[in-house]
Design a protein around this ligand. Structure first.
Ligand code: SF4
Length: 467
């Protein structure tokens, strides 16, 4: 997914920038970057690989050496960024969050045709560079940003910094959030609203879908008005967002309690304890436990003091082992117990199966699994959703394809209704494959009610294919 943070200040902004970006570390694992600008020193930028050690460790030196009044930084799950670009708009730094499905088409149609070129990297064309190049196709920055928003298929939210301030532009349909905070002599802009609270900022505004503002130390000025169609990602509340996050005024932790509550209200099993898969499953489990009055417990805990992302070998086999080694079972809580385990979602099913096996091997009698969101039937085409890239990665789709002997999208629609026979047979097949005692998913209507905003403002494409 990825996230970003920017600051415009009357004094040096590096302290706020460093911690503001660091508070987005839950959104990505590949690259971290910061770019600053000051009238005296111009632009300066640094990017580090954060796959093996976190942003904060990697940027220890830069927080002492970089200086500037304006700054933008990111945690990227994909390409290295921010980039610094020189064009007829002058010099600017840019960072983006989103996904572009039509990169090849754009490059062929708009750039190759005009005898321009792009550098191919081992992971393809840098999407942020492509956005900058699209912006440079137009006479001014606002027209350029609007143009980029229009031609890309997918989603894009961006920060662009020049000597005037930080241009903040939210995705055309607001798939990802963009919020502005204010304190004396500084203004900041972030993906995650909670990222600036401990830095002394308070909420100033949330940008609407497609809105473009310029952020200066004095505040945010709207340069292009928002559109009327919002489709914010529902997965932000279920999985991506940190528990302290809030989107469209709705707190992640509260939404997770609501999801757990709804699952409990429809459930009929009587487990001894309710548990959540750390970290995002915990809020859902608390909600279930509060509603059902079945005690919440932690059959395993994460060993957090030294493990986060340290020493991750590149061999997949070892990575899986190390991912498991972070979880330590507490046998006295598990042995002989009938456990209800909630996770945010079941994507491929492999992780949940491993977790369940782990509980059985530690002495659990039964493991009932609950998913806080409905079966995922369509791979996300709007964000770089790290857990699945194609429909056939999804266990629900694989089960349907096996049952029906076809992967036809028309057939998939027959599995959407949670009251239908086909839906229930699909769930039973997944349960049997993954060796759970019982399996239930949250319903889409309950998920929408849990989020608490108008259904037409939420993206639920991965659950029901609705664009
Ligand atoms: S398809 Fe799913 S993960 Fe992607 S933006 Fe929509 S709700 Fe979020």
């Amino acid at each position: 997914m990825g996230g970003f943070f920017g600051v415009a200040s009357k004094s040096d902004c590096i302290f706020d920038l460093f911690f503001g970006v660091d508070y987005h570390s839950h959104l990505g694992t590949k690259r971290g970057g910061m770019a600053v600008y000051s009238p005296e020193l111009g632009f300066n930028r640094q990017i580090h690989n954060i796959e093996n050690s976190p942003f904060r460790t990697k940027f220890e030196k830069e927080v002492l050496t970089m200086k500037g009044n304006f700054g933008i930084g990111c945690i990227s799950d994909t390409e290295p960024q921010p980039l610094i670009v020189r064009s007829h708009h002058g010099t600017f730094a840019i960072t983006t969050v989103g996904k572009i499905n039509n990169i090849d088409k754009i490059v062929d149609k708009i750039f190759i045709k005009n005898h321009s070129h792009f550098l191919e990297t081992s992971s393809g064309i840098n999407a942020t560079e492509l956005i900058a190049a699209l912006i440079n196709q137009k006479d001014n920055l606002i027209e350029g940003i609007r143009y980029a928003q229009k031609v890309i298929d997918g989603s894009i939210t961006m920060l662009l910094m020049n000597e005037k301030g930080i241009y903040a532009a939210r995705d055309r349909f607001g798939r990802t959030p963009l919020v502005v905070g204010k304190k004396e002599d500084s203004c900041c802009v972030a993906f995650e609203e909670f990222s600036y609270l401990n830095l002394g900022y308070s909420d100033l505004k949330e940008l609407g879908p497609g809105e473009i503002d310029i952020i200066t130390p004095d505040g945010a000025k709207m340069l292009a008005a928002p559109g009327d169609k919002l489709r914010i990602c529902s997965f932000l509340w279920v999985y991506y967002g940190y528990p302290s996050s809030k989107y469209e005024g709705q707190a992640v932790e509260k939404v997770r309690y609501n999801c757990g509550k709804h699952i409990a209200m429809r459930d009929n099993v009587k487990p001894d304890i309710v548990a959540g898969v750390p970290d995002s499953g915990i809020g859902h489990a608390i909600g279930y436990s509060n509603e059902s009055h079945i005690p919440y417990a932690r059959p395993f805990v994460k060993y957090t003091p030294t493990w986060p992302r340290s020493f991750m070998p590149t061999i997949q086999e070892k990575r899986n082992l190390i991912a498991k080694m972070k979880l330590i079972p507490i046998r006295q809580i598990i042995e002989g117990k009938n456990i209800l385990l909630i996770d945010d979602s079941i994507v491929r099913g492999t992780q949940m199966r491993e977790t369940t096996e782990y509980l059985y091997s530690a002495g659990a009698k039964d493991v009932h699994v609950r998913s806080a969101c409905p079966p995922i039937l369509y791979a996300c085409k709007y964000l770089n959703f790290s857990r699945s890239t194609s429909d056939m990665d999804l266990i629900a789709r694989r089960v349907i394809a096996k049952r029906e002997g076809t992967d036809s999208l028309e057939i998939v629609k027959e599995y959407l209704d949670p009251d239908s026979v086909k839906y229930n047979e699909m769930v039973e097949e997944i349960r049997a494959q993954l060796n759970f005692t019982t399996l239930r998913y949250n319903r889409i209507d309950d998920l929408i009610e849990s989020i608490g905003i108008d259904e037409c403002k939420i993206c639920t494409y991965c659950f029901n294919g609705k664009e």
